[in-house]
Ligand binder design. Structure first.
Ligand code: SF4
Ligand code: SF4
Length: 440
């Protein structure tokens, strides 16, 4: 694709990077077939190619984002299915991230929307604030269906209350920074990204991860100072808070690298994993030592399924006789290109594994998408649940808390893959499976 940026515009490193991305697109349109919003809405402007044209025009003219551009970019899930399909290697992720940051600084959203986005950006990365908010939302949950109106604000309020868990788990000891020693001979030392929303919604995921890794001879450190990966702010175009969160993690893990050393930074929320693996790009324009540190951390980042494959996983219990429908989170399959490992590990653990039709399509979770675009997210959820249930599973496994929350209450239990692997290696049965095992 030809671009017409001026030399002055190309002096901006973000514009120069987007120019490179735009020039690799040959506007073939292959990506449209696998784009969830194009599949649902059938509008070229809600396809990757359409958005690429809108973003190109916005950046080239250098004008503030228009309502039309904002509407279609906001509807993008950042699921990155288009990157898997694209034969030309277009890095749509970097392009849309730049577009979102550009929109954030050049477009004034209506007051209610600005407030909501600021509220989410403040709440979600802070576990104690999120816990308070979810406790309140849990009490108000029954009032959700009573909220009148069909406007976006009413839809969003209903979606938020619906997603609030009925019962919030108690805080877990693994939220506090500390070291978990390896059992037996130490084979490796890793940092675990404890995360922000996940330990509030499902602390059992980090607990299972630590149990499983330490049992396999891996020392795990939850580093002091590490927290939210920055993805939630990053995907809302909020550049400064995203960089601040990433910087805190890079500093915390660099201290570990330079201290006792790290063999990996383990991430068990694939949405976060995609962002941590992109820290090198995010910090490309930063002065040293940050640029080098960010690259080093990004190079060490690994999904839990990659780490378990690398060090070798073996179950200790008999096969449970359960069929698991594997839900491939977009951030895992499209963002990190990890497709085989989770299924192979589940099979090794003794589960029968099925895969749904349209496995490449997003479930509608996508960070804050299910809160900000509830109508599209709801349609994608229903479609995904239908495809998962059609494989007649006893349960669903996924590697991302966002997907787990989005698909819960859909008639089949949804569990993180690592909880199943831990269970089959001697850990406790995941609480979401209560009643399933007895009836299977
Ligand atoms: S598939 Fe790739 S090259 Fe083709 S239109 Fe989509 S982004 Fe552009
Ligand atoms: S990231 Fe997903 S929703 Fe956005 S354009 Fe690509 S395929 Fe479509």
């Amino acid at each position: 694709m030809q671009t017409s940026f001026t030399a002055e515009q190309l002096r901006d490193p973000d514009t120069a990077a987007s120019n490179q991305v735009l020039r690799t697109c040959v506007h073939c349109g292959f990506c449209t077939a696998t784009c969830p919003t194009f599949v649902l809405l059938g509008d070229e402007l809600d396809s990757p190619r359409g958005r690429i044209y809108l973003i190109k025009d916005m950046l080239e003219t250098g004008r503030p984002a228009t309502e039309e551009v904002v509407r279609h970019v906001d509807r993008c899930l950042s699921c990155l299915a288009c990157m898997t399909t694209c034969p030309s290697g277009v890095n749509y992720m970097h392009l849309v991230d730049h577009a979102r940051a550009y929109i954030e600084t050049s477009y004034r959203r209506p007051w209610a929307e600005r407030s909501l986005r600021s509220l989410l950006a403040m709440l979600l990365p802070r576990p104690w604030l999120l816990r308070l908010a979810l406790l309140g939302a849990g009490f108000a949950r029954p009032l959700g269906p009573l909220i009148p109106g069909s406007g976006m604000l009413s839809q969003r309020l209903r979606a938020m209350l619906k997603l609030a868990p009925r019962h919030l788990p108690a805080p877990s000891a693994v939220e506090t920074p500390r070291e978990y020693p390896a059992q037996g001979r130490r084979r490796a030392r890793v940092a675990l990204l404890a995360g922000c929303a996940q330990p509030v919604l499902a602390p059992s995921i980090n607990e299972a991860t630590i149990r499983l890794l330490t049992r396999l001879g891996v020392e795990v450190v939850v580093a002091r100072g590490a927290g939210c990966c920055g993805a939630l702010a990053h995907h809302m175009g909020k550049h400064d808070p995203a960089m601040a969160a990433a910087r805190a993690n890079i500093a915390a893990w660099s201290r570990e690298i330079e201290g006792e050393g790290l063999d990996a930074v383990v991430v068990n929320t694939s949405g976060c994993g995609t962002t941590v693996k992109d820290y090198g790009f995010m910090f490309r324009g930063e002065p040293e030592p940050w640029r080098g540190r960010a690259e080093r951390v990004a190079g060490l980042a690994a999904d839990i399924s990659e780490v378990l494959t690398r060090i070798g996983y073996a179950p200790t219990r008999d096969p449970p006789g359960l069929t698991v429908a594997y839900h491939a989170a977009c951030s895992l399959q499209h963002g990190q290109k990890i497709t085989a490992e989770p299924k192979a590990l589940l099979r090794r653990a003794g589960f029968r594994v099925t895969e749904p039709a349209e496995g490449h399509l997003c479930c509608g979770s996508a960070g804050t998408y299910n809160l900000l675009q509830p109508e599209i997210a709801g349609r994608l959820r229903a479609r995904k649940l239908g495809n998962l249930r059609a494989t007649r599973p006893d349960l669903v496994a996924a590697g991302n808390i966002g997907c787990i929350t989005q698909l819960s209450d859909g008639g089949v239990p949804v569990v993180h893959t690592v909880e199943l692997l831990d269970w089959m290696a001697g850990g406790p049965e995941p609480t979401a499976l209560a009643g399933v095992v007895a009836t299977a």
